[in-house]
Design a protein around this ligand. Structure first.
Ligand code: UD1
Length: 419
């Protein structure tokens, strides 16, 4: 298994360009099931999760050409015949459940494995199922699978019981082909939901209100093909942004890369970073030492849970005490045990972590159980004294495109060892 060797002490400096957003590319790929016309997606990142989604679509019968170098995927779903997302794929990537809404809307049937628990909590999909049921599908759960059937979905008012990102995406996709109007209340406002809706509109869907808690969808008989460029990955950009601030570096970011990170940018300014917004981008300069700033994660536009672990790594060597509250997932502090091994001072009580900044971290062999936790350990390794060896790199490969290449271009001393 590959490991990443990080020699601490370098400052992240230089120009950065975010890859396409994993969490927007995944639903866009699933949305191609809604049409029999050819579709082209660009700015698709070459990541393990994307490979899993394309493998899933290919198993269903989609024809696909993916130019990984260019980031272009051409897909033709006209020959889809297998309406199933099997356990083996859903187990490795929960986002496979995004095929449920499109399949049942277009083919009247879907069989999707229940995802089960994952490293960051139970993560049920009850909201997805209730919403698709509200559109008239009959849902049966047996043998670990969801079986959804409907002759044609019918538009409805759908009150989501809680804010869920992929749940909102699933029901928006389903509603685009339902008969009549659907209204989703308490929808997720994440930029990735808006990006998916932009793509659906490019295919002819009629959607209004995305980016707000109430989304209106007028169902159509069918959707057409389309060309669409996936948005920049705000979580990848945010991870490098935090890395720049905590290493005292100076980086330039493209305009769109940080456009949806208003709150993290404000909080980093409060923590001592200097941030200049210019016409075509941003320049970020980290201080010698950050000052502790509290965060609480919550749905957009609050602080993203996908940057919580990275923020904690930054606070581990900041001046003062930071309180980090995780309000989205119930078990998302697995990075704490590893940060403690690197000399951090963190106490966890339920959903709250209290981080007392220490003078310096010390490099250590570490491993993580999820994607963003791994990113936080890379950041901790960048400021630690000595060498950090991160194992289980496959988590990082799910979500950070060309990580060691991008970090090295910014001056970090990182090497991937194949094993
Ligand atoms: C998406 C992102 C993930 C991010 C998360 C929160 C993708 C592929 N993944 O995950 O990176 O961390 O949003 O921003 O886009 N819940 C239920 N029932 C449901 C659905 C969700 O109880 O039917 C709960 C979850 O357990 C969690 C909370 O709602 O506690 C939010 O989860 P959700 O927004 O659905 O996360 P994902 O869409 O899975």
């Amino acid at each position: 298994m590959d490991t990443l060797l990080i020699e601490g002490g370098a400052r992240l400096s230089g120009n950065f360009r975010a890859s396409g957003a994993k969490n927007a590319a995944l639903p866009c790929l699933a949305a191609t099931l809604l049409t029999s016309q050819p579709v082209r997606l660009s700015n698709v990142p070459a990541l393990r999760d994307i490979r899993t989604m394309t493998a899933l679509l290919a198993e269903m019968g989609a024809r696909m050409a993916w130019d990984e170098e260019a980031g272009d995927v051409a897909i033709d779903c006209s020959g889809v015949f297998r309406l199933e997302a099997p356990y083996d794929l859903v187990r490795t990537m929960r986002a496979s459940v995004l095929t449920l809404g499109p399949l049942v809307a277009r083919y009247g049937h879907a069989r999707v494995s229940l995802p089960g628990g994952c490293a960051i909590g139970e993560r049920p999909i009850d909201q997805h199922l209730a919403a698709i049921e509200a559109l008239g599908a009959q849902i049966d759960l047996s043998h670990g699978y969801v079986d959804a059937r409907a002759r044609r979905l019918v538009g409805a008012r759908i009150p989501m019981g809680m804010v869920t990102v992929t749940g909102t995406m699933n029901v928006v996709m389903a509603a685009t082909l339902a008969r009549g109007e659907s209204v989703i209340d308490n929808a997720a406002c994440e930029p990735e939901v808006v990006d998916l809706c932009d793509f659906l509109r490019a295919m002819g869907a009629r959607i209004e209100g995305d980016g707000t808690p109430v989304i209106h969808i007028q169902g159509c008989e069918e959707l057409g093909g389309g060309d669409f460029r996936v948005m920049a990955d705000r979580i990848e950009a945010g991870s490098y942004l935090i890395g720049c601030a905590m290493t005292g570096g100076e980086m330039r970011f493209a305009r769109e890369d940080l456009a949806h990170l208003r709150l993290p940018l404000d909080l980093l300014t409060r923590a001592g970073a200097t941030i200049h917004e210019e016409a075509d981008g941003w320049t970020v300069t980290g201080p010698e030492r950050l000052t502790a700033v509290d965060i609480t994660t919550a749905p957009y536009p609050a602080f993203p849970t996908d940057l919580q672990a990275q923020w904690m790594a930054a606070m581990a060597t900041a001046d003062g005490v930071a309180v980090v509250r995780e309000e989205v997932f119930e078990n998302r502090f697995m990075h704490v045990a590893e940060l403690l091994r690197m000399g951090a001072d963190i106490r966890v009580d339920g959903a709250t972590a209290v981080v007392r900044g220490v003078d310096t971290l010390s490099g250590a062999p570490v491993m993580a159980t999820d994607l963003r936790a791994s990113a936080s350990l890379v950041l901790a390794g960048l400021v630690a004294r000595g060498e950090t060896r991160l194992s289980r790199l496959y988590h990082l490969d799910r979500g950070y495109e060309r990580l060691e290449e991008k970090l090295a271009a910014l001056g970090a001393r990182v090497v991937r060892e194949q094993g």
